[in-house]
Design a protein around this ligand. Structure first.
Ligand SMILES: Cc1ncc(COP(=O)(O)O)c(C=O)c1O
Length: 384
């Protein structure tokens, strides 16, 4: 079996992730932050260790501003719904995932105004100048996709952060596709809200995500309940991270996320990026020589995460995905990848594309076998 759907969720996980989660559930599985028995304390220490590792990765100076969520979607919902009020204006991009499209749509119904900017068809990049020109008197937030999950183009978020700061706006980034695949620095990038998955590039299990909340932002909570702190009060505590972490955390998942982060620090992000780039370049080189294959690539291949979209002439993307799975045991993602807005922008709506997303644990031979499989599929339709 060849797994090449790492943009959806990474697989396999490093061995240490499996081992840590197994050990956590067997030996430390108390309820973190709930009481002072030794199991609860051990679980709490594991959660706090992961929080410190996340803060280190994104250069957040205050660890308690790292909030654990269910996934990136949950983090985006908390950030957007905790911040925006009717009458506010938001600037966003047209390549965003439904995780950003849908909460914004809901807020729009309740009176939030939205401007969505398209990237240049040549570079694939949304210009900071266009963002600045779209600012109005009531603009409150700039929220962008760091890298598209359809074509992998990395957007110049540091430039957007400068614009946001210059105009006293909040700046939020959906970094689902970049964490663990590209450096992200919330301090250098003037980022107020950073949402990301734990289960993609960070090697954590499904059910893990993070919202970093910068110190200029005071979000409303969107979920209230037990936090283990200030239990005598009816109101939600105002301290962080408790304000946004009601209910029992996914502590076993967070322990696995911590192991994933340690693995990244041990290997080094540079080495991970270099191997993934090697695999991506190899994939692009192989696919681009196959007659009938149309690749959707950015102009600058050095500014993309390992996400490659293509179509084969004469095939629906879903057909290609099914043949790769059933005849070749190769797992990819076909269709709209939950990003219809991005496909409309790239001209691949409503069919979508076939998406191959290599990860650090893929081998060069797996890319060779995948290219050969695509060649066979493209060739057989021509013959047929
Ligand atoms: C750009 C982008 N944003 C958000 C998400 C949602 O992530 P999650 O599945 O962790 O909610 C994804 C997932 O594919 C994504 O690619």
């Amino acid at each position: 079996m060849i797994y090449l759907d790492n943009a959806a969720t990474s697989w396999p996980k490093p061995e240490s992730v499996y081992r840590t989660m197994d050990d956590f559930l067997r030996t430390k599985g108390g309820n973190p932050g709930r009481g002072s028995n030794s199991m609860a304390l051990a679980a709490g220490e594991t959660v706090e260790e992961t929080r410190r590792l996340v803060a280190r990765l994104i250069n957040a100076s205050e660890t308690n501003r790292v909030i654990f969520t269910l996934n990136c979607t949950d983090a985006l919902n908390l950030g957007l719904k905790g911040l925006l009020k009717p009458g506010d204006h938001v600037i966003t991009d047209s390549i965003r995932h439904n995780s950003l499209v849908r909460p914004l749509k809901k807020l729009e119904v309740h009176g939030v105004k939205i401007t969505a900017l398209s990237p240049s068809p040549d570079t694939g990049v949304v210009s900071a100048r266009d963002i600045e020109a779209a600012i109005t008197r009531v603009t409150k937030l700039i929220v962008v996709t760091h890298a598209s999950n359809v074509n992998g183009v990395i957007q110049p978020i540091n430039e957007y952060g400068i614009v946001a700061r210059r105009h006293h706006l909040f700046f939020m980034v959906d970094a689902a596709q970049t964490l663990g695949k590209h450096p992200v620095d919330v301090a250098a990038g003037n980022i107020d809200l950073l949402a990301f998955s734990g289960h993609k590039g960070l090697f954590g299990p499904p059910g893990t995500g993070v919202l970093f909340i910068g110190n200029r932002v005071n979000l409303d909570s969107v979920r209230e309940g037990g936090t283990g702190s200030f239990s005598e009060r009816e109101e939600q505590p105002d301290i962080l991270p408790d304000k946004y972490e009601s209910g029992t955390l996914n502590s076993v998942g967070i322990s696995g996320l911590g192991a994933g982060l340690k693995y990244i620090f041990d290997e080094s992000l540079d080495k991970i990026v270099a191997h993934e780039k090697f695999l991506t370049d190899k994939l692009i080189a192989g696919l681009s020589h196959i007659p009938g294959v149309n690749l959707y690539l950015p102009e600058d291949l050095s500014r993309m995460v390992p996400v490659v979209s293509f179509n084969i002439k004469g095939y629906q993307p879903g057909e290609v995905g099914t043949i790769l799975d059933q005849s070749f045991d190769i797992k990819v993602r076909a269709g709209l990848q939950c990003a219809p807005a991005a496909h409309k922008t790239f001209g691949t709506f409503p069919g979508g594309t076939v998406r191959i997303s290599p990860g650090y644990l893929n081998l060069a031979e797996e890319i060779d076998l995948t290219v050969k499989a695509v060649e066979r599929i493209a060739g057989s339709r021509k013959l047929g």
